[in-house]
Design a binder for this molecule. Structure first.
Ligand SMILES: [Zn+2]
Length: 605
């Protein structure tokens, strides 16, 4: 093999791009010495037990500074142990170190449980007076937000009974559901006509196959596989719907979703604004699926065709070129961000290649404010990987800029976690699209962008409408039948898909394997909220241009130091206004128009 080819293949696999975790240990000989120091701080802090609710501003500030130091130490040790594990998952010594760090960290956290409980007990006027002091600004929002469930707490003996009973109540039902779905077995027909047994996941993945007959057979196998135990899973769901309605009544939550909104620090109004804005634009997925039918050569697609791959290209972009594209994209937006992106490349903050024993997928690890974030990728040189690099770098930039908020406010609430990632990904996608001249390559990239948006924004909203329907019906009309679940599932899916997608009879039971409905009621809308918030902020940038940039950087710097709606105000966005969410929906519609044009140009529309 010539040296030119070698360079080229190394560039396609990003073979030399690995991270350096050693700086996390700094001058310490091992993770254990970091944990030892944290443990010593915990013992000193534990001596304040019984005093928390009465601490004055100075006392509380000093307590919180020590607590921050402790979190830094645990965070360094935990990040080091965990990140080392993600790239060496087969190494026993590394795995056991990670386990030891996790166990020791839990033991330390247990010593400090009293703090949250005592702080929640403090009278409101005392809390207001203490938190008005600027010496506590580094922990103010954190301290407020750990008290946010206060109004909904019961007396201590009641709480204790509820907690103890969870083990034999909702958790047990949840586990039974998990066991039932993981036991689902499909009889899959292979292309050569033979059949084999496979788990549910294999059947669902086959829905991406380009051959319709394969998709049809996979869908039939999923439906058949879901049939046994359907009545049992419906009973579990009924029981948990009822359990939640009892909890909500006892804890005085006005609606089935209120507790989840409080958890997400999102107001009921902003969630309602999101849902109604998305529902008004259900024509977007319908238009896409009509185009997809043409591309696939069908009069109309069925539910099992939605995931079908339409890629007719295998374009590759090497690491060197890709990092250049992403850097230029960030530079077109802000030179300050581009300088930080360079540090990720130059200072070994990224681990890129695919390796045996490495965790699949991609993520950004925030680590701790005194350090810097790391990115894990599994680089295969597809155009999609370039978007992923831009996405994870967005998380990295957000983490990096929010370091100055300190350990309590660096991370954002879930609903704002995608602000920088989806933004950076969108800037980069636009650049990438401008570079591709083959309409088929353009169409493939646009299809993957759109299908991501549809899955995240529209599908999760439709699932939220399903949850709304079943929670409300269970409260109003009592136990629901398998048919009623199926009816509400088909209705809420039909509302989103209209006549653009045929919903088959078999599909009516496909609600019955989705774990979120069971284990974390109300969770699914957070995906739509995060993605659409980021796109709506991006829309502001398209409107405002350069002038928007400083306020956007200020938003990133603010990290999680305020509730989401106040953070939105930094970039002049009102999250409780449905009009705000329309901005993001306009961005998705523009991507749809581009896909329609590319399909026409490729002779496939
Ligand atoms: Zn992300």
């Amino acid at each position: 093999m010539s040296s030119v080819t070698e360079t080229n293949s190394d560039d396609l696999t990003a073979a030399a791009v690995s991270w350096d975790l050693e700086p996390l240990l700094d001058d310490q000989p091992s993770v254990d010495s970091l944990i030892d120091q944290a443990d010593a701080i915990a013992d000193v802090l534990a001596q304040r037990r019984g005093e928390i609710a009465a601490l004055d501003a100075e006392g509380l500030a000093s307590f919180m500074h020590d607590m921050a130091a402790l979190h830094e130490l645990i965070g360094r040790a935990g990040s080091y142990a965990q990140l080392r594990f993600t790239v060496n998952m087969l190494d026993h010594e590394i795995a056991s170190t990670m386990q030891r760090v996790a166990e020791r960290s839990t033991a330390i956290a247990t010593k400090l449980i009293f703090f949250g409980l005592e702080w929640a007990e403090a009278p409101q006027d005392h809390v207001d007076a203490v938190l008005a002091d600027d010496r506590l600004s580094f922990a103010r929002h954190h301290l407020r937000s750990i008290r946010r469930f206060r109004e909904h707490l019961l007396t201590e003996p009641e709480e204790r009974i509820l907690t103890e009973k969870t083990v034999s109540g909702s958790s047990a039902w949840s586990r039974l559901f998990q066991e039932q779905t993981s036991a689902v077995v499909l009889e899959l027909t292979e292309p050569d006509g033979s059949t084999r047994s496979a788990p549910l996941e294999v059947g669902l993945t086959r829905l991406q196959h380009s051959d319709r007959a394969v998709r049809q057979a996979a869908a039939a196998a999923v439906t058949a596989g879901l049939a046994p135990g359907l009545a049992t899973r419906a009973f579990i769901f009924n029981t948990l719907l009822n359990d939640k309605s009892i909890d909500d009544r006892l804890r005085r939550y006005p609606t089935w979703i209120s507790e989840r909104n409080l958890e997400n620090e999102a107001s009921d109004e902003s969630v309602q604004a999101l849902v109604s804005a998305v529902e008004r634009r259900y024509d977007i997925p319908q238009r896409w699926y009509r185009l997809k039918a043409k591309i696939l050569g069908l009069p109309v697609i069925a539910d099992y065709d939605r995931m079908a791959s339409i890629a007719e290209t295998d374009a590759q972009i090497g690491w060197h070129e890709a990092t250049g594209i992403v850097l230029d994209s960030y530079a077109s937006f802000s030179s300050e961000l581009a300088d930080i992106v360079k540090r990720f490349y130059d200072e070994s903050w990224i681990d890129a290649p695919v390796r045996t024993g490495k965790q699949p997928g991609a993520f950004c690890a925030y680590t701790v404010p005194s350090h810097h974030p790391y990115l894990l990728l599994n680089w295969t040189s597809s155009p999609r990987d370039v978007s992923t690099l831009a996405h994870e770098l967005g998380h990295g930039l957000h983490a990096y800029l929010a370091r100055e908020q300190g350990v309590f406010h660096q991370g954002t609430p879930l609903t704002l976690a995608e602000t920088a990632s989806v933004f950076g990904e969108t800037v980069t996608n636009n650049r990438l699209l401008a570079m591709l001249d083959d309409p088929n390559e353009k169409l493939a990239l646009l299809a993957s962008i759109l299908e991501d948006s549809i899955a995240t924004v529209f599908r999760q909203t439709a699932m939220n409408r399903f949850e709304h329907a079943v929670h409300t019906a269970r409260r109003d009309a009592g136990e629901l039948s398998v048919d009623q679940f199926g009816e509400m599932w088909a209705e809420t899916q039909h509302a989103m898909l209209g006549d653009a997608v045929e919903i088959t009879d078999g599909y009516r039971t496909w609600w019955s394997y989705i774990p979120h409905f069971i284990s974390t009621p109300g969770y699914v809308y957070a995906y739509a909220y995060g993605q659409l918030l980021a796109l709506s902020v991006y829309w502001r940038y398209e409107e405002g241009g350069e002038a928007f940039v400083p306020s956007y950087l200020q938003l990133l710097r603010a990290g999680g130091s305020m509730p989401p709606e106040e953070l939105g105000k930094i970039v002049d966005c009102d999250l409780a206004d449905p009009g705000f969410w329309d901005g993001g929906l306009d961005i998705i519609e523009a991507q749809l128009r581009a896909a329609e044009q590319a399909a026409t140009a490729a002779g496939r529309g």
